[in-house]
Design a binder for this molecule. Sequence first.
Ligand SMILES: Cc1cc2nc3c(=O)[nH]c(=O)nc-3n(C[C@H](O)[C@H](O)[C@H](O)COP(=O)(O)O)c2cc1C
Length: 164
Amino acid sequence: MSDPDHRALRDAFGRFATGVTVVTTRDAGGGAPRGFTANSFSSVSLDPPLALICIGSNVYSAPAFKAAPHFGINILCADQKDVSAIFASHADDKFEQTDWYEGAHGVPLLPGSLATLVCAQHRLVEAGDHVILIGEVLETQTRDAPPLAYHRGKYVSIAPRQAD
Ligand SMILES: Cc1cc2nc3c(=O)[nH]c(=O)nc-3n(C[C@H](O)[C@H](O)[C@H](O)COP(=O)(O)O)c2cc1C
């Protein structure tokens, strides 16, 4: 695709409003925590419990996610915009800039998230310039708060309507 076509495709994809997640894991052998912001999250299956995220070829932590037996998905709430920005950078000290704790299987998790999912790697599917990482969900935690949402390249607010 030429550059103008890429622009049109990004513009079309960006019309889809999403939540925002930070996906987390560790380097091989329980090493350094790694993570990046992702809005490509999707639930896949209830039985077995599966979820996916798509990892771009430009993501520095991609090799860690491909190799790791476990990873975490942190679904962000409205007041975690700064956390999203930290994990959307290529910085190598992201986990020094934010609070985190160790969940099951050593997976780094972010406190204050709307939901955390600890997953075992189920399948990796190469798809163009991304790899689809499918996880089997082993553990979940949830709390109630307004979500962080993303639309047309910007963070947006979603509030429940009074009548709903
Ligand atoms: C709202 C938002 C959503 C994003 N979603 C994805 C995504 O689903 N997949 C992806 O590969 N990159 C996504 N990115 C870009 C990565 O977060 C970014 O490339 C990050 O720097 C990767 O971290 P790393 O290179 O340190 O591993 C997103 C960025 C933002 C701001």
